[in-house]
Design a protein around this ligand. Structure first.
Ligand code: ATP
Length: 278
């Protein structure tokens, strides 16, 4: 694996479990870095296939942005594992669902949406598609004020083709978050990530509700083709729902880019209880 910073297994101390994913486990840990500084970190390992984890490490090595979880390096000898920055605020999904949810003001919901758009704009500028953007894959750090996109297990670089045609992966596609052209023709692009961003923003303004909760998974793609969309969350301003709605245009090229989404979101100002567009 080129360019990845190699970390010695003896410099890592594994602590408690932070979470489990489809393939592996993420542990809280401490890393004694080469300057002899001890850094709190998260360690992802125990993958079913090393190839998947290698691909994720390669992707993360190429990314540096405040709204993307940072990779410190990887343990390559013994068992492969990925050492990354610790986001001690847990996932955005958990935060939205937590009993403290009333403390989350509309301004914070908008702030999380802006930060995710910012991270995704950067990702698209590097020609990566994430393919699994969802509130569960956004972590919080810095006193829960900073949102960071994580889980690049499905991410791919599309430098050679603007649209990436998905070949194979052991992980199932997250249907409720996935754009129709990606479900039908396995066609992934910035615009399929934009679709998922719309669903993520819907989760944020629904305080962590599951999209299409009352609907059987296999029925959702047909509903979407018929023009049915997720309903406006009760406390979501019309203008912000309109952004989500634009992300769910059946024609992928008619959806806004992340650059435009970021611009629109940064143009909103929360004033006297309503959103005003600048
Ligand atoms: P998936 O099934 O979504 O593909 P995965 O196996 O790729 O999951 P992750 O989603 O990356 O694993 O991580 C699983 C859980 O571990 C996350 O939901 C989160 O709670 C926790 N976690 C992952 N990375 C970190 C981190 N850097 N800091 C803190 N917690 C983390």
């Amino acid at each position: 694996m080129k360019c990845v910073y190699e970390i010695n297994a003896k410099d890592i101390t594994e602590l408690d479990c932070l979470g489990k994913g489809y393939f592996g486990v993420v542990l809280r840990g401490r890393w004694r870095s080469h300057q002899n500084v001890v850094i709190n970190c998260a360690i992802k390992s125990l993958y079913q296939t090393n190839e998947e984890l290698k691909a994720e490490i390669s992707t993360m090595t190429q990314l540096r942005h405040q709204n993307i979880v940072k990779l410190y390096g990887a343990v390559l000898k013994e068992s492969l594992s990925m050492v990354m920055e610790l986001c001690d605020g847990g996932s955005l999904k958990e935060r939205l669902l937590s009993k403290h949810k009333l403390k989350l003001l509309a301004t914070s919901l908008l702030e999380y949406s802006k930060q995710i758009a910012c991270g995704m704009k950067y990702l698209a500028s590097k020609n990566f598609v994430h393919r699994d953007l969802a509130a569960r894959n956004v972590l919080l750090s810095g006193d829960e004020k900073i949102a960071k996109i994580c889980d690049f297990g499905l991410a791919r670089n599309t430098s050679d083709n603007t649209d990436y045609y998905f070949k194979q992966s052991a992980a199932p596609l997250p249907t409720m978050w996935t754009a129709p052209e990606a479900i039908r023709w396995k066609k992934f692009s910035e615009f399929s990530d934009v679709w998922s961003f719309g669903v993520t923003m819907w989760e944020i303004f629904s305080y962590g509700q599951n999209p299409w909760e009352d609907c059987e998974c296999y029925k959702v793609p047909n509903l979407i083709i018929k023009g049915v969309r997720l309903k406006k969350p009760a406390f979501c301003p019309e203008d912000l729902y309109n952004i989500m709605y634009r992300c769910w245009n059946i024609e992928s090229r008619q959806r806004p880019t992340f650059e435009l989404i970021e611009k629109i979101l940064f143009g909103y100002h929360f004033k006297f209880g309503t959103y005003k567009q600048a």
